[in-house]
Design a protein around this ligand. Structure first.
Ligand code: PFF
Length: 460
């Protein structure tokens, strides 16, 4: 293999890709989207999106990356020629913007981890008000976000094996352990079963078009699809590895963490009857309150563990987000890794500043007139979501019309000799050729209309 680096083993790749997938999306965003969309009804739609649309796209991305062994731009460019490289660039840009806002939220989590662990929240009474003012503490959040970006850059600058793989090998098992511990605790809380019921018994009347749109964009975001992240990670995978089974494990690892995060959060919501707390503040408000109610010592330990979990999850994702543009500059412009990583980290940190002050500090960024009065962080996050489903749709079109499905199948058969002719191969072919491009195309247009005009615009 060339000297661009590679994962040392199959486990190394799976942990790194699962680490990219498991992130704030699973632990911070999935529970609040499930809460807003009627709990189990959302879970159901989410699972359908994951297995019907996301799993095939993931396989396609890894196959493209491993075939060419290049960054997202280089992969599309070499396989497709012409202007196809732009599709890779589009993904790289999306990754840069995702990281810019993601790092701000990671800064909130990092801040909460330190505050709770040091017992600084012991006297708080109203956690809703506290959260609102905390994230507007610009200098505090600025330093935590900067700290987070520095840790990300330190890891990515060490390269694939010594940086990304090594970090994931420590953080991913730790993350699972903390999560399981917290679920066990959560299920012992008063009213826990009521929370579990809210989460797990589907009320089909809650399924609307909104549920479908939210489920789809969440699934793409959660699995890190549509922006070349798995093309980049796939480019470091050895030719002897079985892509399809690795993708299945990554998908299941990510989905199980999202599912388990809900199982941890909803009993806590039920314990303090906080079903009315909705949206991005859910874990910062409800969970902080629950930890506070536990008393000083236990609250610090359990609360600290939870926010550490959130930080680990975020970090395994931020390193993958930074690796995507870094790989592009290293592979295409032949620049040295270390300065590239630090330069990008600084640039992306600065790019995130408008998001950082959009939570009330700067008026016009907090209420965008062209975006239904919503804030700039939400705007960037929504635009990125749209670019992921569009990116996934275009990837399928690329495979269908340019690379050709037979070439993809040949790549998938390397390391997986029984793949050709199997039922799974037929399923993946049909989804990549027909189901994904059509549904992703329609749904992406639906999400755009929903975001800018509202669904009333279509249905009156
Ligand atoms: N999958 C991550 C999460 O769920 O938090 C976010 C993410 C990481 C999206 C990497 C896209 C990406 F390329």
């Amino acid at each position: 293999m060339s000297n661009r680096g590679n994962f040392s083993s199959r486990l190394g790749f799976i942990l790194a890709a699962a680490g990219s997938a498991v992130g704030l999306g699973n632990i911070w965003r999935f529970p609040y989207l499930a809460g807003q969309n009627g709990g189990a009804a959302f879970l159901l739609i989410y699972l359908i999106c994951v297995f019907m649309l996301c799993f095939p796209v993931m396989i396609g991305e890894i196959a493209i990356g491993r075939k060419v062994q290049s960054d997202a731009y280089g992969s599309y460019q070499k396989l497709g020629g012409g202007k196809w490289g732009y599709l890779g660039l589009f993904g790289i840009l999306a990754g840069i913007f995702i990281l810019s806002f993601y790092n701000v939220v990671a800064g909130w989590a990092f801040g909460y981890f330190l505050e709770i662990s040091f017992g600084n929240l012991l006297d708080e009474k109203d956690f809703g008000a506290f959260f609102g003012s905390y994230i507007n503490n610009v200098w505090t959040i600025l330093s935590f976000s900067l700290g987070f970006m520095v840790i990300t850059a330190v890891i990515v600058s060490q390269g694939i094996q010594k940086g990304i793989e090594a970090a994931n090998k420590i953080m991913m098992p730790a993350l699972y352990l903390i999560l399981i511990g917290l679920i066990i605790y959560s299920l012992t809380l008063p009213n826990a079963m009521e929370g579990v019921k809210f989460y797990l018994v589907p009320n089909l009347s809650n399924i609307t078009l909104q549920t479908l749109f939210d489920g789809l964009r969440q699934a793409f975001f959660s699995l890190s699809l549509g922006m070349g992240c798995l093309i980049t990670y796939g480019s470091y995978v050895g030719k002897n590895q079985n892509i399809v089974s690795s993708a299945a494990i990554i998908t299941m690892a990510d989905t199980s963490v999202a599912f388990l995060a809900g199982l941890m959060v909803f009993p806590m919501v039920a314990a303090i009857n906080a079903y009315d707390v909705q949206g991005p503040s859910l874990v910062f408000v409800v969970l902080a309150q629950v930890f506070h109610n536990m008393g000083p010592m236990a609250g610090r330990i359990v609360g600290g563990s939870f926010f550490l979990l959130l930080c680990f999850a975020a970090l395994t994702s931020t390193i993958s987000l930074l690796e995507v543009p870094a790989a592009y500059l290293v592979d295409q412009k032949k620049l040295p890794r270390k300065p590239v990583v630090w330069g990008l980290a600084l640039l992306i940190f600065v790019l995130g500043l408008p998001c950082l002050v959009s939570q009330g500090k700067v008026e016009f960024l907090s209420h965008l007139f062209f975006y239904k009065d919503r804030d700039f962080l939400t705007f960037v996050s929504d635009m990125c979501d749209i670019s992921l489903t569009v990116g996934g749709c275009l990837m399928c079109i690329f495979i269908r019309y340019r690379w050709k499905i037979n070439n993809m199948n040949e790549e998938l058969a390397i390391g997986n000799p029984t793949y050709l002719g199997s039922m799974l191969q037929k399923y993946i072919n049909i989804t990549i050729l027909w189901v994904c491009p059509i549904l992703l195309g329609i749904l992406s247009i639906g999400v755009i209309i929903d975001k800018f005009f509202g669904l009333e615009w279509i249905f009156g």
